[in-house]
Each structure stands twice: as C-alpha cells, then as structure tokens.
Design a protein around this ligand. Structure first.
Ligand SMILES: NC(=O)c1ccc[n+]([C@@H]2O[C@H](COP(=O)([O-])OP(=O)(O)OC[C@H]3O[C@@H](n4cnc5c(N)ncnc54)[C@H](O)[C@@H]3O)[C@@H](O)[C@H]2O)c1
Length: 435
C-alpha cells in the first residue's frame, strides 16, 4: 500500500456483515477506520474488540485493530467529521413488492448531509450497499444539495458471508464507478494492496454490475440444480455431468456467450432445449429455468423486431441471413423471423449475406430458401454494394468481416446493430442489443 492510501481516514456507516468486515479489513490494511452504527450493541462489541456476529477470522481482526487504535466505533454521526471517505454499508432490504428499500440509505445520507455545514475537508461518499442503477445520481447526490465538498461514487461489495474476510482480502472483483476522477482514485487506492486491478467504470455501470453478478450466480446455481435434477431422473451422475461441463474453459466456463447481442437460433440450441424440456415434462419434473430460455429468446427477438419496425427508414438493408456469421445454415435463423415480420408489415427490404448467394448455395439450404421462404430468397442481393447503394438504413443481423465492416463504414448510412459488437463505433439509433 502506498503512503497516501495509508493516510486515509475511512468512516464506515453501518456495522453489519458488509460494514464490519470492511471496517476491520480496511483497518488491517493500515487505514484509520471509524465504524458508525445506530445499534449501540454492535458499536459496544466492536469497541470491546468483539465481532458483532460470527464470521470466520473477523473477531481476531476486530480485536487486533481496536487494540492497535486503527479501528474505533461510535453511534454518533459526528464521528464522520474528520473522515476522507464515508463508506456506506447500511442495509437495502426488499420491500413487500420486491422493490429495493432505500429508507436506511436515505436516512444515513441525510444524517451525513447534516454534518456538512462547517466542514472544510472534501468527503468522498462511496456507496458499498447494493443499490439499483441511478441511486447514486438520482437519490444520494441530490441529498447533498450539490455541496462541492462531496463526491459520490459507487463501490459495490462482492464478499460472501462465511468467507467474508477472505473475500475482502482476496477479492474476485473490485469495481469503482464515478465521474470525479480524484474521488474514484481515492476509493480505488483503498484496495491497492490487494493485487486486483480495480475496474473503473461509470457510476450506473458499477451499480448494475453488482446486480448482474448476483443474478448470474443465482442463474448458475439454478442451472446446475435443474441439470442435476434431470440427470438424476435419467440415472446419470449430476456431479460428473457438471464437473465435466466445467472442464470446457473455452465455451462453458468462459466469456463465450456472455455478450449482449442478438437472439440465438440455429439447428442445435432450440432443438435441444425443446427436447430437454419435453423430457422434463414427461418425467413430471419442473425445470423453470430451462423452460424459460426459449421464451426469453423469443422476447429478445421481438424487441429487436419492434425496434426495427419503429425505424423511420424507407429502404432497409439487412446484412446477414444465416443464424450467425460464417455459415449458410438457415435453420431457425432469427433473421428469417425478423424478415417475415418486416415483409408482413410492408417494409421495403433487401438482404445480403456473404455465404448465401442463390447461385452458390445448394442442398437442403437451397430447398429451404426456394420452397419455405421464397419471399425472402427473392430479396437477396448478390453483392453488398447493391444493398448499400439501395438502402437508406442498415440492419446488422450478424457479425461482419473486417472487409464488409469497412464498406459499411465508408457508406456511412444510419445503422441499427442487432449483434451489438461488430459496429460499436457506428452510432445506432436504437440500443436493441442492450435493451
Ligand atoms: N451480507 C452480504 O453478504 C452482502 C454482500 C454484498 C453486498 N451486500 C449489501 O451490503 C448492504 C449491507 O448488507 P449487510 O448484510 O451488511 O446489512 P446488515 O443489515 O447486516 O447491516 C446494516 C447495518 O446498517 C446499520 N444502519 C442502518 N441505518 C443506519 C444509520 N442511519 N446509521 C448507521 N448505521 C445504520 C444497521 O444498524 C445495521 O447494523 C446491503 O445493501 C446488501 O445488499 C451484502
């Protein structure tokens, strides 16, 4: 840790699971830490060097740091007076309707705001509690009434109860989001000695990442349990199936398939999901997560179709027809559904796909094109130049090669990029992929 980080005085607001662990760990990293909680029992415990709840390794850390005078605690918000950073760790429990409860957050922020008159030192308020995107900007910052001494940043926590101290000291992820570079750097420096480079992102992104991570963890567990349940019913060892699945670090346990983009299709994923769900049904096994994948995909496709239908364009050039790039396979291509709805609504469309040319495709694909979707086949251009010359708006429905990307860029038409990444540099009027 550098000397600047050591000098920080951190006030930790809320000495619950997150706050107490953060306070003890930050103190053990050399910071001066004051824990503040309305609960006098928690404060008394900490002052006596006792952890207010069970968490492996916490009691020792609290004891060591209280006796080394790096950690102290108080029930009074006035203890924030000398702090450089206020780390907000109050609870954000669910309301009855599932919405996030911000009562504790609003109250603690108002209490901090009340201490500001007479303050001359800047204060970085880092929101460690889990809050919905927009909370820092729309709820927290306004409560400070634009006071120039205060900067608000998002610094979500990813620790798990039961391994919280270890998770703090060996974090899986450090995220800091904000617009004030100095405040972001001040908060990031708290974690400098932990050897995990912080991800510095926008404040709303930081808030959203926490939800994305927890949703991902929940979906992973539900997935493993559903595959496990189905495996058991089919007399297959669930542990062996999932352990073997995890051996694939290229497609399974990897960033593959984790980019927001267009709907999936093709000859395998829809077919195999249908077969799994059919089997589950026959076995009277409810598999809600696996059953939801195709409807989810359908909704995603429909959002894209609605966005394209809403475009003010007269002549739509669709780039890509196969279900993904570098194939001419049209089976269950979401682009076919897209085109059918566009044509059905009377839109003027032309299509270019580098691997689907009437003169060169043959076999089942040619038959499919000529017999099942002849109305689409008739709209195919044989070169991208034809499509680019004719269209007044482009819809990117598959990742393009660098050569095609260059041509699209050169033509400089308005673009709606359904696949999300290949043309990220072109302004898209509709953020379909991320919607
Ligand atoms: N528990 C976890 O594993 C975990 C992990 C990551 C993130 N989070 C998030 O961190 C936040 C805190 O979670 P937690 O489990 O530590 O909550 P908690 O309920 O254990 O602790 C919250 C603490 O805040 C105190 N508090 C409330 N209002 C206060 C005020 N005005 N002034 C001072 N203290 C006040 C409460 O007395 C309590 O001790 C939540 O948003 C949660 O979603 C929790």
């Amino acid at each position: 840790m550098n000397s600047e980080a050591k000098k920080q005085h951190v006030a930790v607001l809320g000495l619950g699971y997150v706050g107490c662990v953060s306070a003890a760990c930050l103190a053990s990293l050399g910071n001066r830490v004051t824990g503040i909680d309305r609960d006098s029992d928690k404060v008394r415990n900490v002052m006596n060097g006792v952890a207010p709840f069970f968490e492996p390794g916490l009691e020792e850390l609290v004891r060591e740091n209280v006796s080394a005078r790096r950690l102290t605690a108080s029930t009074s918000i006035a203890a924030i007076a000398d702090a450089d950073i206020a780390l907000i760790c109050v609870g954000t429990p669910s309301e009855k309707n599932g919405n996030l409860g911000l009562d504790q957050m609003k109250r603690v922020i108002s209490e901090i705001a009340d201490t500001l008159p007479g303050r001359s030192k800047p204060l970085t308020v880092a929101i460690r509690s889990t809050v919905f995107p927009g909370t820092c900007e729309d709820v927290v910052a306004p409560l400070f009434g634009g006071n120039p001494l205060v900067s608000v940043v998002s610094n979500p926590e990813f620790l798990r109860e039961g391994t919280a101290v270890k998770d703090f000291m060996e974090p899986s992820l450090v995220v800091v989001g904000g617009t004030d570079a100095a405040a972001v750097a001040r908060v990031a420096s708290l974690y400098e000695s932990l050897q995990v480079p912080p991800c510095l992102v926008g404040v709303r992104t930081a808030e959203m990442i926490k939800y994305a991570c927890n949703a991902f963890h929940a979906v992973k567990i539900a997935f493993a349990n559903e595959i496990g349940a189905l495996s058991s019913r089919l007399s297959v060892d669930p542990g062996e199936v999932m352990a073997t699945l995890c051996e694939d670090k290229k497609l399974n346990v990897s960033p593959a398939y984790l980019k927001p983009g267009f709907a999936f299709g093709g000859s395998c994923l829809p077919k195999d999901l249908r077969a799994l769900n059919y089997r589950g049904n026959r076995l009277d096994l409810r598999l809600p997560l696996l059953e939801s994948a195709l409807p989810s995909n359908h909704h995603h496709l429909q959002r894209a179709i609605d966005a394209v239908l809403d475009l003010p364009a007269r002549r739509l050039g669709v780039l890509g027809l196969a279900f993904k790039e570098n194939t001419d396979d049209l089976r269950e291509s979401p682009v076919v559904t897209l085109l059918e709805q566009l044509i059905g609504k009377g839109k003027d469309v032309r299509i270019f796909d580098p691997h689907i040319q009437m003169e060169s495709i043959y076999g089942s694909n040619r038959n499919f094109l000529l017999q099942q979707i002849p109305h689409i086949g008739r709209l195919l251009d044989s070169s991208i130049d034809q499509t680019l010359q004719w269209a007044d708006h482009l819809v990117i429905a598959q990742k393009l090669s660098p050569e095609l990307t260059a041509k699209v860029k050169e033509r400089n038409l308005p673009v709606t990029d359904l696949v999300g990444s290949s043309l990220a540099y072109i302004k898209s009027p509709v953020a379909v992929a991320a919607s």
